[in-house]
Design a binder for this molecule. Structure first.
Ligand code: B12
Length: 338
């Protein structure tokens, strides 16, 4: 075995030991699909996520992040529910347990330490969501799965309830082969998306994606989409819930699965939250990305969509909230038929 192949064997063994569901190697080079990302930005599908529009060419080339980058170690953890629960819930599945950013970073650091002990000259850069890289594209190149019609990375065994991380390294490791796309003619995700955000060309229009609207978008929610948001307060799994590959998957990582206290909080309590409640219940959770005001705004819309009379006193109170987007959402909700 060459020394590169031996080092790769260490990566794969250590990744398994650390609890990653899948691991693979992609070459550190410009993505052959960079044009897709360019189109995504040109069409404005990134909505108000301005950071995505900044220097798209750099985002498609991991060598911009580490001098001498040669390979990208691609890793995934599963957050699949243990009971195969297909119900939607107020909080998207990926945010029902511990914050994955911290968990993945700690595991990546441990993996990097093991590699450095074997190859002391090796340098690596860990990316978990925040670095300007195309994580799904890299994972697909490394053979972790294929990009499904819903835009998510899908693995034949683990499905798509996966979160991704990468370690860019400056030593060449033998790359893996991409796997064949398994979506076939299935269009369940396209049909299931409540807002029609998934385009035929496989790009997701963030301006319509409930994940975007409830997690990233500040200010008023577009009224024409409010009734389609349903009971979702943070994120959306509609396009993954219907995916046949998510039907019988192994239980995900115990630390990510949840449910946390936040994931168990009923809608009536969310509507009554003060800022201290938000601070306490979102601590250590990826759901902290949405502010207190966004939670109240989203909860008000969800309450309107349930039509439940016992939530109306909360909505009357929120209709006078100082944050305009909260007051407006509450007023919209009060106008919905019970
Ligand atoms: C911005 C962003 C969003 C935006 C935009 C989503 C989107 N579809 O682009 C919003 C806020 C809407 C969002 C929502 C969600 N997100 Co998000 N998001 C990101 C982020 C930060 C950037 C994604 C991006 O660059 N999008 C632009 C598009 C064009 O790029 P791309 O999707 O990478 O597209 C490339 C591939 O599709 C590739 N490609 C297409 N076909 C093929 C075929 C082959 C063979 C290959 C190799 C490649 C390939 O070409 C494209 C260009 O290179 C990433 C983290 C990251 N840094 O990558 C997380 C990330 C994509 N999100 C993630 C998650 C979990 C979600 C949600 C499920 C959360 C939720 N429950 O609400 C939803 C899913 C929505 C959906 N169906 O896509 C995970 C996805 C994991 C997975 N299994 O795929 C990521 C990777 C975060 C992570 N570290 O795990 N997200």
């Amino acid at each position: 075995m060459s020394s590169a192949a031996a080092l790769k064997a260490v990566v794969l063994e250590e990744a398994r030991r650390l609890g990653f569901a899948c691991a693979g190697i992609a070459p550190a080079e410009t993505s052959p699909r960079a044009g897709r990302f360019q189109r995504f930005v040109e069409l404005g599908l990134h909505a108000e996520m301005a950071y995505l529009g900044r220097d798209p060419a750099a985002r498609a080339d991991p060598r911009r992040l580490l001098a001498g980058a040669a390979s990208v170690i691609c890793l995934a953890v599963s957050y699949a529910p243990s009971d195969g629960d297909a119900s939607a819930g107020l909080i998207a599945r990926y945010a029902r347990g511990r914050d994955y950013h911290r968990l993945l970073r700690v595991r990546c650091r441990k993996l990097l330490e093991v590699l450095s002990a074997r190859a002391p000259a090796l340098r690596g850069r860990i990316c978990v969501d925040t670095a300007p890289v195309l994580e799904r594209d890299l994972a697909a190149s490394a053979g972790l799965g294929w990009i499904g019609r819903n835009g998510c990375l899908v693995n034949r065994r683990w499905g798509s309830y996966l979160l991704l991380a990468e370690i860019i390294v400056d030593v060449p490791l033998p790359p893996d082969e991409p796997v064949a796309n398994g979506c076939g003619s299935c269009r369940r995700c396209l049909r299931a998306c409540p807002t029609g955000a998934i385009r035929e060309d496989g790009l997701v229009d963030s301006r319509r994606c409930i994940g975007y609207l409830t997690i990233e978008h500040r200010g008023n929610l577009p009224e024409e989409l409010c009734s389609t948001i349903g009971r979702r307060v943070f994120g959306c799994d509609a396009c993954q819930e219907v995916c046949p590959y998510n039907r019988a998957v192994p239980a995900g990582d115990g630390e990510l699965r949840g449910p946390s206290a936040l994931a168990r909080t009923p809608l009536a309590e969310l509507l009554a939250w003060d800022q201290a409640d938000w601070d306490r219940l979102t601590r250590g959770s990826a759901a902290r990305r949405a502010t207190w005001e966004m939670f109240l705004r989203n909860a008000a819309v969800a309450a309107g969509n349930t039509g439940q009379a016992h939530l109306r006193p909360h909505l009357h109170r929120l209709a006078g909230h100082p944050a305009g987007e909260v007051a407006r959402a509450a007023r919209w909700a009060l106008h919905q038929k019970p």
